[in-house]
Design a binder for this molecule. Structure first.
Ligand SMILES: Nc1ncnc2c1ncn2[C@@H]1O[C@H](COP(=O)(O)OP(=O)(O)OP(=O)(O)O)[C@@H](O)[C@H]1O
Length: 707
C-alpha cells in the first residue's frame, strides 16, 4: 500500500478510538498521582486531534468493515500507550498540529494533482479508478488521461470537488466532537486537580504526623541511648587509658629489654676487663713482691750509705774547719808576706820594673836563629827575677872565632812569653788596690814598636772578647769595681772617672771626645795644690760598670785611627795615657780618699840612628825620644832623692802630666816590653838597659795623698 492508504488507516483508528479512549484515560488519571501525567494525557489528547483530519477519516466510508475492525482494535491500544509518553509542551503540540495540517494540505494537493486531467488514461470508474489511478499516477507513473480528454479531466475535477466537500463536512463534525471532548477533559482535569490538592493536603498531614512520630522516636531513642552513650564514652575513655597504659608498658618493656641487652653486653665486657685486670693484678702483685724485696735490699744499702754519709759529713766538717784554719793562717801569711814585700819595695824604692817578653808570632818564626837566645832564671833572694840574653861574638876577624857574650838582667818581675795577662795583672793588682786606698799609681809600658805594650795595657788590638786576653786597663777597672762593691758593705762609696788622652808631637788630644773635634782642641795641663792634675776640655767618662770600659777603649781606638795615616801608625808614634780618678768616701767614718791610676802606653822607643827616619817621621821620633829621655831624667832626678833638688817635669808634656804621679808620693811600675826576635835584639838591649836604670832608682816611701 502507498502513503496515502497509511494515512487513511491512522485517521480511522484515531476517530474510532476517541470514545473508548476517554474511559481508559480516566482510569489512567485516577491511577496517576502526578499532575504532569495528567498534562501529558491532555496533550496526547490534543495530539490526536490532527489525526482526525487525515484523509483516511474522509475515506472511512469507503473502507471495508474488516479493515475498520482491524483499525479499531489497533487504535484502542494507543491512548494507553500515549498516556505514559513523556510530557510535551504546548508549543510542541501546536507545532505538530501545524505540521499535520501542512501534511494534510500537501496530501490534499497531491491528491488534487493526481486527479488532474493529465491522468486521463485512468479508468472511467471515478471511485475505483480515481483511487487506483491517483495512487498509481502519483507514485508509479501510471497511465494518464490524454491531453485531448478534457471531458475526462473535468469529470475528475468535479469528483474531486465532491470529495473535498464531503471531507470538509466530516471535518466540521469532527471538530465539534473534539471540542466537546476538550470540554469534558477540562472538567475532568479540574476534578483531578481538586483531588490532587486534597491528596496533597492529606499527604502533608500524614507527613507532619510522620515527622512528629519521627521526632518522638528520636527523643525516645536519645533518652534510651544516653546511658548507653555514657557507658560508651566511659568505655572509650577506659579503653584509651588502657591502650595508653599498654603502650607505656610496651615501651617500658622494650626499654627494659634494651637495658637488659646492654647490661648483658656490659657484663660480658666487664667480665673480659675483670679477667684482664685480675691478670694484671697478679702481675703487679708479683712485681710488687719483687720490688718490695728490692726496696728492702735498697733500704739496707741506704742505711749503710747513710752511715757512710754521716761519717763523710763529719769528716767534711772537720776538713772545712781545718780549711778555714789553714785559710786564716794563709791570709795571715799573705799579709805578712805583703808586709815584708812592701817593706822590701819601700827599701828598694817605690819604682818597680817588670819585664815582659812577648811570644813570637807564627809569621816571625821563619828560620833558625830568628829568635834571640834568652834564658830565664828563678826568683832572687830579694824577690826579683833574672834573665840572660846571649849572643855569639867574633873574637878575631882573622880566625873567625866567636865567643858567647851574655847579658844578664834582673827586674822585680820577669814575664816570659808563656805568661798570660792574668799572671801579669796579679802582680800589679796590689798597685791598683793602692790607688783605691788613695795612692797615686803610675804604670808605664815601655818598649820598641811591636814589643807588646798595647797588648799588655789594653789587650789584643782586634778587641778580642775572651776574658783571658783582657789587658791591664780593663782588668784594673774590673778589680776596682769589685773592690768598691765589696767595700760598700763597710760604708765606702767610690766614683770612677776615666779620661783617655794622647800625646803626639808634644800635643795633647782627647781620645774620648767627638771624632770631628779630634786634634782641633787645645788642652792644657794644670796641677792643683791638693795634688790633683787637671787637663782642660777633656771628656770624662763615669765608669759605673765594667762594661763601660770596653766601649771607652773602643772609642779611644777609633779616634786614634782618625789621626793615623798610611805612613804613620799613630799608636806607635804617640803616648796614650788612661787616667782613672778614684774618689772614695766612707759615710760611717767620714774618711775620704782620692787615688789616681795612670796607665800609660808609651810610644815606640826606637833609636833615632837605627830607625833611619827622615822628615815628619824624624820629627816624631825626635819628639818621642825627647819625651822618653825626659822621663828617664825625671826618674833619675827622683832617684837622686836630694831634698829640694830640681825635677825636670816641665821638659816634656808627658813628664809634666805625670808630675803628681811620679815621685815620693806615688807608686810607679814600669813594664819593659821586649821582642823575642834576634833582629830586634839591639833595641831589646837598649830597652832593658833603660829599664835597669829605672829599676836602680830608689824614689823613697810612698805616702797617701791627704785631702
Ligand atoms: N803577650 C802577648 N801574647 C800574644 N801576642 C802578643 C803579646 N804581646 C804582643 N803581642 C802581639 O804582638 C803584636 C804587637 O803588639 P803591640 O801592638 O801590643 O805592640 P806595641 O808595642 O804596642 O806596638 P806599638 O808601639 O806600635 O803600639 C800584636 O799583634 C800583638 O797582638
Amino acid at each position: 500500500m502507498g502513503k496515502f492508504s497509511t494515512t487513511i488507516e491512522r485517521s480511522t483508528s484515531s476517530k474510532s478510538a476517541t470514545t473508548p479512549s476517554t474511559n481508559s484515560d480516566k482510569t489512567n488519571i485516577a491511577k496517576t498521582t502526578s499532575p504532569t501525567a495528567l498534562k501529558d494525557t491532555t496533550n496526547n489528547t490534543r495530539i490526536r486531534k490532527p489525526l482526525t483530519h487525515s484523509k483516511g477519516s474522509m475515506m472511512k466510508n469507503t473502507t471495508t468493515p474488516s479493515n475498520a475492525t482491524t483499525m479499531k482494535s489497533k487504535t484502542t491500544v494507543r491512548p494507553q500507550s500515549t498516556s505514559i509518553r513523556p510530557t510535551l509542551n504546548n508549543t510542541t503540540t501546536l507545532k505538530r498540529k501545524s505540521s499535520n495540517d501542512m501534511s494534510l494540505a500537501n496530501r490534499s494537493k497531491t491528491s488534487k494533482m493526481s486527479n488532474t486531467p493529465s491522468s486521463r488514461p485512468r479508468t472511467a470508474t471515478p471511485t475505483s479508478t480515481s483511487k487506483g489511478s491517483t495512487t498509481t499516477s502519483t507514485n508509479k507513473g501510471e497511465r494518464q488521461r490524454p491531453a485531448w480528454d478534457l471531458r475526462g479531466k473535468i469529470d475528475d475535477l468535479s469528483l474531486e470537488a465532491t470529495n473535498t466537500a464531503t471531507e470538509t463536512g466530516s471535518m466540521v463534525d469532527l471538530t465539534k466532537e473534539l471540542e466537546s471532548q476538550v470540554g469534558t477533559a477540562a472538567s475532568e482535569l479540574r476534578q483531578m486537580k481538586d483531588r490532587v490538592s486534597e491528596l496533597e493536603a492529606r499527604l502533608k498531614a500524614k507527613q507532619s504526623q510522620c515527622q512528629e512520630a519521627m521526632d518522638r522516636l528520636d527523643q525516645q531513642h536519645a533518652q534510651e541511648n544516653r546511658p548507653l552513650e555514657e557507658f560508651n564514652r566511659q568505655y572509650e575513655q577506659k579503653h584509651h587509658e588502657i591502650t595508653t597504659e599498654l603502650q607505656d608498658l610496651r615501651s617500658k618493656t622494650a626499654t627494659l629489654l634494651q637495658e637488659e641487652e646492654r647490661e648483658r653486653q656490659e657484663n660480658a665486657h666487664l667480665k673480659i676487663v675483670l679477667e684482664s685486670a685480675t691478670k694484671k693484678l697478679f702481675e703487679v702483685e708479683t712485681e710488687l713482691t719483687d720490688r718490695t724485696k728490692k726496696l728492702q735490699d735498697t733500704d739496707s744499702t741506704l742505711m749503710e750509705k747513710q752511715q757512710i754519709l754521716e761519717d763523710l759529713t763529719a769528716r767534711l766538717k772537720w776538713t772545712k774547719k781545718r780549711q778555714f784554719d789553714i785559710d786564716s793562717e794563709l791570709l795571715e801569711s799573705e799579709k805578712s808576706r805583703r808586709k815584708l814585700h812592701n817593706t822590701l819595695q819601700e827599701l828598694k824604692g817605690n819604682i818597680r820594673v817588670f819585664c815582659r817578653m812577648r811570644p813570637s808570632l807564627t809569621s816571625e818564626r821563619t828560620h833558625e836563629g830568628a829568635l834571640a837566645q834568652v834564658s830565664f832564671g828563678g826568683e832572687q833572694e830579694n824577690g826579683g827575677d833574672t834573665m840572660e840574653f846571649s849572643e855569639q861574638v867574633a873574637t878575631s876577624m882573622v880566625t873567625n872565632k866567636t865567643t858567647t857574650k851574655t847579658y844578664p838582667f834582673s827586674f822585680d818581675k820577669i814575664f816570659t812569653p808563656q805568661h798570660g795577662q792574668k799572671e801579669c795583672f796579679e802582680e800589679i793588682s796590689q798597685l791598683v788596690q793602692s790607688a783605691l786606698d788613695g795612692y797615686h799609681v803610675c804604670i808605664f809600658a815601655y818598649g820598641q814598636t811591636g814589643s807588646g805594650k798595647t797588648f799588655t795595657m789594653q789587650g789584643p788590638s782586634q778587641g778580642g772578647t775572651d776574658t783571658d786576653s783582657m789587658g791591664m786597663i780593663p782588668r784594673a777597672v774590673h778589680q776596682i769595681y769589685q773592690v768598691a762593691q765589696r767595700l760598700s758593705d763597710r760604708g765606702w762609696k767610690y766614683t770612677m772617672d776615666g779620661q783617655f788622652l794622647e800625646i803626639y808631637n808634644e800635643t795633647i788630644h782627647d781620645l774620648l771626645g767627638d771624632a770631628s773635634e779630634y786634634g782641633k782642641k787645645k788642652h792644657d795641663i794644670r796641677h792643683e795644690k791638693n795634688g790633683k792634675t787637671i787637663v782642660t776640655d777633656m771628656t770624662i767618662v763615669q765608669l759605673t760598670s765594667p762594661s763601660k770600659v770596653k766601649s771607652m777603649l773602643h772609642k779611644a781606638n777609633q779616634n786614634r785611627a782618625t789621626g793615623a795615616t798610611l805612613l804613620n801608625e799613630r799608636s806607635s808614634r804617640s803616648h796614650s795615657v788612661f787616667v782613672l780618678q778614684l774618689t772614695g768616701h766612707n759615710e760611717t767614718t767620714g774618711e775620704r780618699t782620692s787615688g789616681v791610676l795612670n796607665l800609660i802606653d808609651l810610644a815606640g822607643s826606637e833609636r833615632l840612628t837605627s830607625s833611619g827616619a827622615t822628615g815628619d817621621r824624624l820629627t816624631e821620633t825626635k819628639a818621642i825620644n825627647k819625651s822618653l829621655s825626659c822621663l828617664g831624667d825625671v826618674i833619675q832626678a827622683l832617684a837622686n832623692n836630694k831634698e829640694g833638688s830640681h825635677i825636670p817635669y816641665r821638659n816634656s808634656k808627658l813628664t809634666y802630666l805625670l808630675q803628681n804621679s811620679l815621685g815620693g808620693n806615688c807608686k810607679t811600675l814600669m813594664f819593659v816590653n821586649i821582642s823575642p826576635l834576634t833582629e830586634h835584639f839591639k833595641e831589646t838591649l837598649c830597652s832593658l838597659r833603660f829599664a835597669t836604670k829605672v829599676n836602680s832608682c830608689k824614689i823613697g816611701t810612698a805616702r797617701k795623698i791627704k785631702h
